[in-house]
Design a protein around this ligand. Structure first.
Ligand code: NAD
Length: 247
């Protein structure tokens, strides 16, 4: 019986968009540990160098912006692609009536438009692979609202919606599409938020399991969805939220 083992992603080519820090870094590392050939994409060369040093044989680094033409040109050269982790995402925290047009554009551009474009570019090499999985990094904020996060929630609700639509459209090509939806995880993106004690208390009170997520919690679900263990799973989400959205 095929079950959990250390070769879950053996010989699969998996691209992680936004792999330099935080959740994407953990997803890239775990995929490499499970035998995948990982293409790690991040803007900062030193972040990529540190990642590659841990698995020099099976991680390749592309130092570039995932919304750049250079990146899409390189994606077009991929002969095969078995997995894509659409992890690059940003947040601009603030009350709805104070959000600038620049903030709205930045969040929509990366979290929605670029995610769509990367997925679009993945289709051809995924068809050639014959069997593939896309994991869109969503958030618990793709299911609920929260103060000062309406802009981010809009983008992550869109990620949940487009994931279902992609899953239906791409199923004929044997491409599965799902999301991982974490609660707050301590990463460079969220570290400054937790300097505010009132906010920290609010977050811990909202999570029934009483702790923040770890990057490994998220990477475990991502690895599962990329693997054949999830062969019958598409168009859905794994909420790694400690129960936040169950309240
Ligand atoms: P992070 O900012 O710590 O790391 C994101 C990584 O993506 C970094 O390496 C960054 O350089 C890279 N990146 C961002 N924009 C890029 C671009 N244009 N081109 C190339 N690389 C780019 O973020 P994180 O907290 O690890 O978040 C990763 C994803 O998880 C995001 O989609 C975020 O919305 C989601 N998420 C995070 C949390 C959390 O609490 N940290 C919770 C739920 C969802």
């Amino acid at each position: 019986m095929n079950g959990f083992n250390n070769n879950l992603l053996l010989d699969k080519t998996i691209l992680v968009a936004g792999a330099g820090k935080g959740i994407g870094l953990a997803c890239a590392l775990m995929a490499a540990e499970c035998g995948a050939n990982v293409v790690a994409v991040a803007r900062t060369q030193s972040d990529l160098d540190a990642l590659i040093a841990q698995h020099p044989k099976n991680i390749t680094g592309w130092a570039m912006d995932v919304s750049s033409n250079e990146f899409f040109d390189l994606m077009n050269t991929l002969p095969y692609l078995h997995g894509l982790v659409n992890n690059a995402g940003i947040n601009r925290v603030g009350p709805m009536d104070k959000q600038t047009n620049d903030n709205i554009d930045a969040v929509i551009d990366l979290n929605i438009r670029t995610l769509y474009k990367i997925s679009r570019a993945a289709i051809a090499p995924m068809r050639r692979a014959g069997n593939a999985s896309i994991v869109n990094m969503s958030s618990q904020m793709g299911f609920v609202g929260s103060p000062n996060r309406t802009l981010y929630c809009m983008s992550k609700h869109a990620v949940e919606g487009v994931t279902k639509a992609m899953a239906v459209e791409l199923a004929a090509d044997n491409i599965r599409v799902n999301t991982v939806a974490p609660t707050f995880v301590m990463t460079p993106m969220t570290a400054p938020m937790f300097e505010d004690e009132t906010f920290k208390t609010f977050v811990f009170d909202m999570i029934p399991l009483g702790r923040l997520g770890k990057v490994e919690d998220v990477a475990n679900s991502c690895t599962f969805l990329l693997s054949e263990l999830a062969a019958m799973i598409t168009g859905t989400s794994i909420k790694v939220d400690g129960g936040w959205t169950a309240r």
